[in-house]
Design a protein around this ligand. Structure first.
Ligand SMILES: *Cc1c(COP(=O)(O)O)cnc(C)c1O
Ligand SMILES: [Zn+2]
Length: 424
């Protein structure tokens, strides 16, 4: 099967020829989309079954027939293929969680990095650079190491310690700058001026979105192509949001799925540019081309962006999926983090827990109906930011001295004399 691709501007729709690594529209400067020309064809539904029959193996490269870069790239780390865990009836909805913390570097970012590096090699790049709030950098360092590709990562101050440790452990060059993610973003873009340097900046590199599509493919296939009613997407730059939408829309275009799930973007209250602009656009009918800037200050560091870098594509994703946004506070996020760990044995970093907080909020407001089938994205592991937990678990655990008597309270919830009373 020969599939033809082209770059298309997300804003003015100007096409750009395939064959080189392109980042921005030369006419208006907006991000690019990668368009599969056959998806638009009338023959699409009849070839859906043929595409599914071509899915081979495990992990994200299983979906190579729907990706713009060939899988002949020698991937060494198993990216994707993460479990869709059934949490059963929870909070009145039928709930699953896509546990993407099980990726090689512990976050969903690995899907984007894997595809970006495949494209980088394809287009002849030998080095790679990225700005990051932490996870994209850890992911780049990890997967670049597996390909012996030199990598440089630029992060803002106050990046969680473990994410910095990951970047260094994998051997990437780390630049911590006295500024925010925006400053890091611009610096990294400048570092990738030479043609042999690939820039992995989220949204700016169109292959980041393409890699994240595979998460939607896996969710759909795990449910036998019967897609859920809602997918809840923790949202900062908006690239996971636009990637998940692109994935489900591709399945729909090929006739592989008969519906598209609605997407709920979960944003932190100090960093809710996309939610803000979505409300404005619902009132005015037009999507704002420039994001409303925020001054982020949230425990959800992966959602902490002043100007979302995939803003327009994220708003388009909400429009195409009849989506919605929910804004959550740090207190709601940490309550959800604790609930997920206690009730389900799933410890996610605050940014991922924001999705659960957004779900609770949307159930109480009636936006998500009881009985709905809902998938949460577990975008990153709790091990990546253990200090966030100190904000909820402020009590230092009691240190017991070894002695003859067993403490009277052994299990959580025991009253001090429960054990004594429980004895015959
Ligand atoms: C990057 C990230 C997000 C947000 O993704 P965007 O594409 O920036 O919207 C959410 N959760 C985690 C754990 C992340 O690393
Ligand atoms: Zn343009």
């Amino acid at each position: 099967m020969t599939v033809a691709y082209q770059y298309v501007c997300v804003s003015c729709a100007a096409p750009q020829a395939w064959g080189a690594l392109c980042y921005r529209c030369p006419l208006c400067g907006h991000n690019l989309r990668i368009e599969n020309m056959r998806e638009k064809g009338d023959d699409a539904p009849s070839s859906g079954a043929e595409i599914v029959a071509g899915f081979r193996g495990t992990g994200m490269w299983r979906y190579a027939p729907l990706l713009p870069v060939s899988a002949c790239w020698a991937s060494r780390l198993a990216v994707g293929g993460t479990p869709l865990l059934t949490l059963g009836d929870d909070e009145g909805v039928h709930l699953w969680i896509k546990d993407d913390s099980r990726n090689p570097s512990g976050s969903l970012k690995d899907r984007a990095t894997e595809l970006v590096l495949a494209a980088a090699k394809w287009f002849g790049c030998s080095r790679v650079v990225a700005a990051s709030t932490g996870n994209a950098g850890a992911s780049l360092a990890c997967i670049a190491a597996s390909q012996q590709m030199p990598a440089t990562v630029v992060v803002p101050r106050h990046t969680p310690y473990v994410k910095l440790a990951q970047i260094r452990a994998y051997g990437a060059q780390l630049h911590v700058i006295d500024g925010n993610y925006d400053d890091a973003f611009d610096l990294a873009t400048g570092m990738a001026d030479a043609p042999e340097v690939c820039c992995r900046n989220t949204g700016f590199n169109p292959f980041t979105r393409e890699g994240k599509k595979t998460c939607a493919f896996e969710i759909a296939e795990a449910l036998d192509w019967d897609v859920p009613d809602w997918v809840v997407v923790p949202t900062g730059d908006g690239n996971i949001l636009s990637g998940i939408a692109a994935g489900f829309l591709a399945l729909y275009a090929w006739g592989i799925a008969t519906r598209v799930p609605r997407l709920l973007a979960a944003q932190a209250s100090s960093s809710h540019s996309i939610a803000h602009d979505w409300l404005v656009s619902e009132a005015s009918g037009a999507l704002p081309a420039v994001p409303t800037p925020m001054v982020p200050n949230t425990v959800a560091d992966s959602l902490s962006v002043a100007r979302p870098r995939d803003h327009l594509a994220a708003l388009q994703a909400l429009r195409m999926t009849r989506g919605a946004c929910a804004i959550v506070t740090d207190a709601q996020i940490m309550a959800s983090s604790q609930l997920m760990s206690h009730r389900h044995g799933l410890w996610f970093e605050p940014s991922a827990a924001a999705g659960h907080a957004a779900l609770s909020d949307s159930i109480s407001s009636g936006r998500i109906a009881r009985g709905a089938r809902v998938v949460l994205l577990g975008t990153g592991s709790g091990l990546k930011d253990p200090h966030a937990y100190e904000r909820v678990a402020c009590d230092t655990p009691e240190i017991t001295q070894p002695r003859d008597t067993v403490p009277s309270s052994i299990f959580p919830g025991d009253t001090p004399d429960a054990r004594v009373r429980g004895r015959p």
